[in-house]
Design a protein around this ligand. Structure first.
Ligand code: SAH
Ligand code: SF4
Ligand code: F3S
Length: 479
C-alpha cells in the first residue's frame, strides 16, 4: 500500500544545514490543566540510546510524562507508551534501533492501544522518517530533538484521535526553560548549558540532528544548579556538544565558559564536570578556572579524533597534531595531575598507514588515561560520506585493535600514580561485576571498588588505593 507522506512534518537535511542569524527565543514550558490527568492509571517506558545529551532529553520526556500523570515502568508488557529515544552517530547505533522497532511489531499486535514513539537524533534524519512511514506502520509517533516540549499535545492526538503523529522540525527554534525532569540518579545530574553544534566536522551527523549552537542564559543554568544543590545533588555534569563555545552566541556580552565555571563554583555543589570540549575552542580562561575552582573536577575529555594533521584537515577539526599536543601541555602545566581522556576515529576515508602511525605516536605522547575509539561510519548527508573510502574493513579492524592496546597501556600507567593515595569516592552502589563490593568514582573519574556497608551509597567517602588494574582500582575505606 502506498502511503501519502506529504501530510506529515518531516525533517530535511538541506534545511538542517542552514544556520539562521535570528536570535534564539527563550520560552517557558507550561502544561495545559486538561493534559495533567490524561496519563492517570497508565505507564510509560523510555529506552534511550546515545550520548549524555540524549539521556538528558530522556529525563525531560520522563518529567513531562510524569506531570501528565503517567507512571514509569521497565516492563514492556505493561507499558501504555513506549518511546525509543534514538542515536544516529554510527550505523551500528541505528541498526540496534531498527531491530528493536521490528521486535515491537508483535507487541503492538497484542496491545493495539500501545503508543509506540520514536524520538532523538535518528528522528531528525529524512531517510529514517521515510523508512518508518513506509515500513514500520506500527510506529504511532515520531518527534525530533527540537520539539520535546510539545510531547503532551502529540500524545493527546495519538491517544484520542488515533492518528499517526509525525512532527520533526529541521531547524531549531527556541530554548525552552522550566521543563520538568525525572532524573535517573538522585546524587548525579546532567545539566545542559547549550544545545546544537556549529563545528560541522565532516564525518559527524550531530550539527544536522541537533541544530545550530545556542547557549542557555547563565541565570537559567545557575538557577537549575541552585535547585540541584538544595535537593542534595553531589555531582553535576554540564552538557554541550562543544562546551568551550558556550556564550559565543550571546550578542550583548562576552561571558564565556570559563566565566560560567567560576560562577558555578560558588554554588557549592561538591563536584562539577563537563563534556564535551573541542580542542580548537579550549581557552586559557577555562584552564585557569579549573585550576582555581575546587569544585571543578581535575578531569578533561578532549577528543582528538586523529593524530594525523592531514586527516584532521579533512575532518575539518581546525587544529594539527602539534597544536593539539601544545594545548595539552599547556593544560597540564596549568592544572598539574589533570586526567585527560579522548575520542579517536580510525579508518577515516583516505587514512594511510602513515596517518595511522601518527595517531599511535600522538597517543604515546599525549598519555591519555582512557579513550573511546571507533571505526569510521559513513553518515548520509555529511561531507565525508562522499569521500572515497577504499580501505579494507579488515585493516580498519586491525588499526582499532592496535590503537586500543596502546590506549590501555596509558590507562594503566595513569592509574598507577594513585597507588597508596587517599582519594574521595562518590559511592554509586554495588559494583556491577561484583555485588560484594561498592563502586564509585574519584575526582579524576577513576572507577574504585572497595568493601563497605551499603549505607554509604550516595555519599562521598575517603578510600586508600591498594591495587591498580587497567579498568579500575581497588581500595579500602579510610573514614
Ligand atoms: N560533540 C562531541 C561528541 C560527538 S559524538 C565531540 O565533539 O566530542 C562522540 C564521538 O563519536 C566523536 O567524538 C567521534 O569520535 C565519534 N564519531 C562521530 N561521528 C562518527 C562517525 N561518523 N563514525 C565514527 N565515529 C564517529
Ligand atoms: Fe560532531 Fe564535531 Fe560537533 Fe562534536 S564538534 S558534535 S564531532 S560536529
Ligand atoms: Fe547520538 Fe545524537 Fe548524541 S547522534 S551521540 S544522540 S547528539
Amino acid at each position: 500500500m502506498d502511503i501519502d507522506v506529504s501530510k506529515y512534518f518531516k525533517p530535511n537535511l538541506n534545511e538542517a544545514r542552514k544556520r539562521s542569524r535570528k536570535d534564539v527565543s527563550h520560552d517557558q514550558f507550561q502544561l495545559d490543566e486538561q493534559l495533567k490527568t490524561i496519563g492517570h492509571g497508565k505507564k510509560y517506558l523510555i529506552d534511550t540510546y546515545g550520548c549524555q545529551a540524549n539521556e538528558a532529553d530522556g529525563e525531560t520526556m520522563a518529567g513531562i510524562l510524569t506531570l501528565m500523570g503517567f507512571e514509569k515502568t521497565s516492563q514492556e508488557l505493561e507499558a501504555d507508551i513506549i518511546i525509543i529515544n534514538t542515536c544516529a552517530i554510527r550505523e551500528n547505533a541505528e541498526n540496534r534501533v531498527w531491530g528493536e522497532l521490528g521486535r515491537f511489531k508483535a507487541l503492538k499486535r497484542e496491545n493495539p492501544d500501545l503508543i509506540l514513539g520514536v524520538s532523538g537524533c535518528m528522528a531528525q534524519e529524512e531517510n529514517v522518517v521515510n523508512r518508518i512511514l513506509k515500513k514500520f506502520q506500527h510506529v504511532d509517533l515520531v518527534f525530533g530533538t527540537h520539539n520535546i516540549d510539545q510531547l503532551p499535545q502529540y500524545i493527546q492526538t495519538a491517544m484520542f484521535s488515533k492518528e499517526r503523529v509525525i512532527e520533526v522540525f529541521s531547524q531549531e527554534g527556541h530554548i525552552v526553560e522550566n521543563l520538568p525532569k525525572t532524573r535517573n540518579h538522585s546524587k548525579k545530574a546532567w545539566v545542559n548549558i547549550m544545545f546544537g553544534c556549529d563545528e560541522f566536522c565532516t564525518y559527524c551527523i550531530v550539527p544536522y540532528t541537533r541544530g545550530k549552537e545556542r547557549s542557555r542564559l547563565k541565570e537559567d543554568v545557575i538557577q537549575e544548579l541552585i535547585e540541584l544543590k538544595q535537593l542534595g545533588y553531589l555531582e553535576v555534569t554540564l552538557l554541550g556538544q562543544n562546551v568551550n563555545a558556550y556564550g559565543k552566541d550571546f550578542k550583548d556580552n562576552d561571558y564565556t565558559f570559563g566565566d560560567l565555571l567560576r560562577d558555578i563554583d560558588t554554588i557549592g555543589i561538591p563536584r562539577i564536570r563537563f563534556t564535551t570540549s573541542h580542542p580548537h575552542d579550549l581557552d586559557l580562561k577555562t584552564m585557569e578556572a579549573i585550576r582555581d575552582c575546587d569544585t571543578i573536577m581535575p578531569f578533561f575529555h578532549l577528543p582528538v579524533q586523529s593524530g594525523s594533521s592531514s586527516v584532521l584537515k579533512k575532518m575539518n577539526r581546525h587544529y594539527t597534531k602539534e597544536s593539539y599536543l601544545e594545548k595539552l601541555e599547556q593544560l597540564r602545566t596549568i592544572v598539574p595531575g589533570i586526567s585527560v581522556t579522548t575520542d579517536i576515529i580510525v579508518g577515516f576515508p583516505g587514512e594511510t598507514d602513515d596517518d595511522f602511525l601518527d595517531t599511535l605516536d600522538l597517543v604515546e605522547k599525549a598519555k591519555f588515561e582512557g579513550a573511546f575509539t571507533f571505526v569510521y561510519s559513513p553518515r548520509e548527508g555529511t561531507p565525508a560520506a562522499k569521500f572515497e573510502d577504499c580501505l579494507d574493513p579488515q585493516i580498519k579492524k586491525e588499526r582499532l585493535y592496535k590503537l586500543n592496546e596502546s590506549i590501555n597501556q596509558g590507562y594503566l600507567e595513569g592509574n598507577q600514580r594513585f597507588l597508596d593515595q587517599v582519594v574521595d569516592v562518590l559511592v554509586d552502589g554495588p559494583s556491577k561485576n561484583n555485588p560484594e563490593v561498592l563502586a564509585g568514582y574519584s575526582p579524576h573519574q577513576k572507577l574504585i571498588n572497595f568493601k563497605a556497608s551499603e549505607e554509604l551509597v550516595g555519599t562521598i567517602v575517603k578510600v586508600r588505593i591498594t591495587e591498580v588494574k587497567t579498568w579500575f582500582m581497588i581500595g579500602e575505606l579510610v573514614s
